[in-house]
Design a protein around this ligand. Structure first.
Ligand code: PEP
Length: 252
């Protein structure tokens, strides 16, 4: 039985005051919730303060990216060690917005994932097709490339901790969600590929989140699907009510 994991990607939203209000609100709403891993991933400037707020609670800290080098002249980047110092536990890697707007490639994703794993943190590795790729019937080949490229050279022992997030780009921030059946079809495919890359037991133990306009009113149908083990939530993670409801509904 895979434990569900719900992560909120705050993207480039919130100033410190707003972020503190959100984190404190989530702590109040979610303190008694068990049976699900809860993650919030604020922007870099917010991590330090939010880390203090959620310390000792059932909410874990995530970051939205990390560089593969330990240190160096990499303006605008943050290293795994710098994030670890703030008690970050999960790091989102290869989000479609990084791929689309900042030229992130499978090779970069692979190097970042390796750095996160060797730093002892947990990567949330995003994969997913855009609208034109879906319309051309290339969904599975794109997802396969993201998986094979991102996992290149990562052995089973390390890979078993990676969280995967299937995020069809056409469903991110658009209000269009993949239907539970559409999402399940790709999640099933991802698990099959993971079994080919590693083995069936490893693939069965790996958690695969769905992301793309997840809201309180669609989470239950999504999480019921055999291969959907949680959600990566953007817009609806920015409000206490909607994110708390999604978390609560993911454990029934
Ligand atoms: C995301 O940013 O990963 C995401 C899924 O966003 P949204 O929930 O707003 O579609």
């Amino acid at each position: 039985m895979r434990r569900p994991i719900i992560a909120g990607n705050w993207k480039m939203y919130k100033t410190i005051a707003d972020a503190l209000e959100l984190a404190n609100g989530l702590k109040r709403e979610l303190y008694a919730i068990k049976g699900v891993d809860i993650v919030i991933a604020p922007g870099f400037t917010l991590l330090d303060e939010i880390s203090d707020v959620i310390s000792g609670s059932n909410i874990n800290l995530g970051a939205q990216n990390a560089h593969w080098e330990a240190e160096g002249a990499f303006t605008g980047e943050a290293s795994v060690a710098q994030l670890k110092e703030l008690d970050v536990k999960y790091i989102i890697i290869g989000h479609s917005e990084r791929r689309q707007f900042f030229g992130e490639t499978n090779e970069g994703v692979n190097k970042r994932i390796k750095a996160v794993l060797s730093g002892g943190l947990i990567p949330i590795m995003c994969v997913g097709e855009n609208l034109s790729q879906r319309e051309k019937g290339n969904t599975f080949s794109v997802v396969q490339d993201h998986l094979r490229g991102g996992l290149e050279g990562i052995e089973k022992e390390e890979a078993k901790d990676i969280i995967f997030a299937y995020e069809p780009v056409w469903a991110i921030g658009t209000g269009k969600t993949a239907t539970p059946a559409e999402a399940q079809e790709v999640h099933g495919f991802i698990r099959k590929k993971l079994a080919e890359i590693y083995d069936n037991d490893t693939a069965q133990s790996m958690r695969i989140q769905y992301g793309g306009s997840v809201k309180p009113d669609n989470i239950e149908d999504l999480i019921k699907q055999e291969d959907i083990d949680g959600a990566l939530v953007g817009g609806a993670s920015l409000k206490v009510d909607s994110f708390s409801e999604i978390v609560k509904k993911s454990v029934g």
